[in-house]
Write a protein that binds this ligand. Structure first.
Ligand SMILES: *[C@@H]1O[C@H](CO)[C@@H](O)[C@H](O)[C@H]1NC(C)=O
Ligand SMILES: *[C@@H]1O[C@H](CO)[C@@H](O)[C@H](O)[C@H]1NC(C)=O
Ligand SMILES: *[C@@H]1O[C@H](CO)[C@@H](O)[C@H](O)[C@H]1NC(C)=O
Length: 252
């Protein structure tokens, strides 16, 4: 009888504790595991723990999905050819591997290094001249980037929201992008009505993938980076500093 009371009491206590936990109003999702210090090993693990769920998006916090994310339309002017991606779907970010994370809270510097396999699939048009040939292509394209390495150097800031809570912010950023081991192009109909020439040129693009990618990759990567940073900004606006890192915030 007595035991039973203890049990009931324990269950009640657990329920109350859980309820208080919810009422305390933690905004950060459960997959955020805040570090107690800024040691790289902890930050790397916390980042890796968060990537999978974070990339799916957090609609209730106004954070859009990064995997997949959609490129409605992206025109790229190359020497001689204007390429436009339409309805592009970018996937793969949820499986990125976190190579390094460093945070210097006083200096407002945050460094992130990731290795990712990224696939971009969608429609394209290409108009102009390519390798002496007039080109007027239109069709489906798929670009697969294997083991690219992204190094992000973010200048952070701190700010208070309307309730007086501290938040991380992003002031600006720069990055380097190494296309990694290989980029595979699958593009059909590069030259309308000429499958032989289309295939020959596609083969050339694949054999010279590094030069080709360096030529036209920059605008695509700039675009993807901007989407990623804008997404991170939304997340930092929604979730206060003290739910992300259990380290006192520097004076600002
Ligand atoms: C931070 O410290 C708390 C309390 O000591 C501990 O429970 C938690 O696991 C620590 N977090 C990390 C990510 O090490
Ligand atoms: C990317 O794909 C390659 C080949 O399939 C694989 O060996 C590698 O581990 C993948 N890298 C990541 C970061 O997932
Ligand atoms: C980055 O994205 C935002 C929001 O989508 C947009 O307003 C801004 O113009 C973009 N900046 C660059 C440099 O593309």
């Amino acid at each position: 009888m007595c035991d039973r009371h203890v049990l009931v009491f324990s269950i009640c206590a657990a329920v109350v504790a859980a309820f208080v936990g919810i009422c305390a109003g933690r905004i950060a999702p459960a997959f955020i595991h805040p570090c107690n210090n800024t040691e790289s090993s902890c930050l790397i693990k916390a980042t890796q723990d968060a990537i999978l769920e974070f990339s799916k998006g957090l609609p209730h916090l106004g954070v859009p999905s990064l995997d997949p994310f959609v490129i409605d339309e992206l025109p790229i002017q190359l020497p001689g050819v204007r390429v436009t991606f339409i309805d592009g779907i970018v996937t793969g970010l949820r499986k990125c591997q976190t190579l390094n994370v460093e945070a210097y809270l006083e200096k407002n510097i945050f460094i992130l290094e990731m290795r990712c396999n990224i696939t971009i699939k969608g429609k394209y048009t290409a108009v102009g001249r390519l390798l002496l040939f007039p080109i007027n292509g239109e069709g489906d394209s798929k670009i697969k980037i294997v083991n690219s390495v992204i190094k992000l150097n973010i200048k952070t800031k701190y700010f208070k929201d309307s309730e007086g809570k501290d938040h991380f912010g992003i002031k600006n950023y720069r990055y380097s992008f190494d296309y990694g081991d290989r980029v595979h192009y699958t593009i059909n109909n590069l030259f309308k009505g000429n499958p032989e020439l289309s295939n020959t040129v596609l083969q050339f693009l694949n054999e010279n993938w590094r030069v080709v990618t360096e030529e036209f990759g920059q605008p695509v990567v700039d675009y993807a980076m901007n989407v990623t940073i804008e997404t991170a900004k939304k997340f930092f606006e929604a979730v206060p500093y003290d739910e992300l890192l259990y380290v006192p915030i520097p004076k600002y």
